[in-house]
Design a protein around this ligand. Structure first.
Ligand SMILES: N[C@@H](CCC(=O)N[C@@H](CS)C(=O)NCC(=O)O)C(=O)O
Length: 280
């Protein structure tokens, strides 16, 4: 059950903003949903730090090609809101707007910060049932923290996601400042617990390619966060090589971390997912 707060005609389909009372999060949550004229598959797009369900929805310009391909787009929020955990909004890279798509195990976050269970066990089944799409027609993508979310949720739930891509993902969070801060706060100090939510560590453990049709990643070379060592896609690339996982890691000269980069390459990602999800 969810409530549609607004709906707008877009490229023959509908762009909706929705809310529901989430059992996993224990709070109301919002999400955005683009429904193309003829839905054939569903792509979940996870946004980055400081973003909401509206960021990708309004800035990426994904609706035109998604409508053409029959891809429904599901944009969850990036964290619980309104939990009133002390200090939850004190930093832009932890707490509100920074859920890191995992289930926190540490107090005071463990009660509400359950973004992994929320997305995989609650939101995705809800939306898939509403759109009447088969279980094997769901892909996942994301940007930055959401790229980390896309890669880790795909690797942790390969039965839920058949296609994967990412823009400038935090690809080795155990080795970067953002990831170390988030993992310490949400998961505690045990590095062994971190590995279960680190895309590169998860990929390195695979006995064979989990996504044999290939993973697509775009990374701007003028991305400040790449230069600050927050992203480290080369670590994920090495792990893919080790696992025999086909990876198309495209280094895009001159592009930074922002949405002008995403708008430039979103069409390729939508086509990557449609090709893997909707070919008969
Ligand atoms: N607030 C941060 C930047 C946060 C940031 O770049 N967030 C990215 C995701 S990691 C984003 O998509 N921001 C929203 C936007 O660009 O519209 C800063 O001041 O450095």
């Amino acid at each position: 059950m969810f409530e549609t707060l607004s709906t707008h005609r877009s490229f023959g389909g509908h762009q909706r903003l929705c809310r529901h009372d989430s059992a996993e999060i224990g709070l109301p949550m919002r999400f955005a949903l683009f429904v193309p004229p003829e839905p054939r598959a569903l792509l979940v797009f996870l946004a980055g730090l400081t973003c909401t369900e509206e960021t990708f929805t309004m800035k990426a310009g994904a609706q035109r090609v998604a409508a053409e391909l029959g891809l429904a787009l599901l944009m969850p929020d990036t964290s619980p809101r309104g939990a009133q955990v002390p200090g939850e909004a004190a930093a832009w890279d932890f707490g509100v707007g920074a859920g890191f798509y995992l289930d926190a195990t540490q107090p005071p976050w463990a009660q509400h910060w359950r973004m992994e269970s929320y997305i995989t066990q609650e939101l995705l089944p809800l939306v898939r049932a509403d759109l009447q799409l088969p279980a094997d027609r769901v892909g996942i993508s994301g940007h930055s923290m959401g790229g980390h979310g896309a890669l880790t949720l795909a690797l942790r739930h390969p039965q839920l996601f058949r296609s994967v891509s990412a823009f400038a993902p935090i690809a080795a969070p155990s080795r970067c400042a953002w990831g170390q801060k988030a993992f310490t706060g949400y998961l505690g100090r045990m590095q062994t617990d971190w590995a279960a939510h680190d895309a590169s560590a998860l990929m390195a453990q695979q006995a064979r390619a989990p996504f044999p049709q290939g993973i697509l990643i775009d990374q701007g070379l003028a991305d400040q966060f790449l230069l600050d060592m927050q992203l480290q896609p080369e670590v994920f690339e090495a792990a893919c090589k080790q696992a025999g996982q086909p990876l198309n890691l495209r280094w895009q000269a001159g592009y930074d971390h922002g949405y002008y980069f995403i708008t430039s390459f979103i069409e390729d990602h939508l086509r990557h997912h449609a090709a893997q999800l909707t070919h008969e």
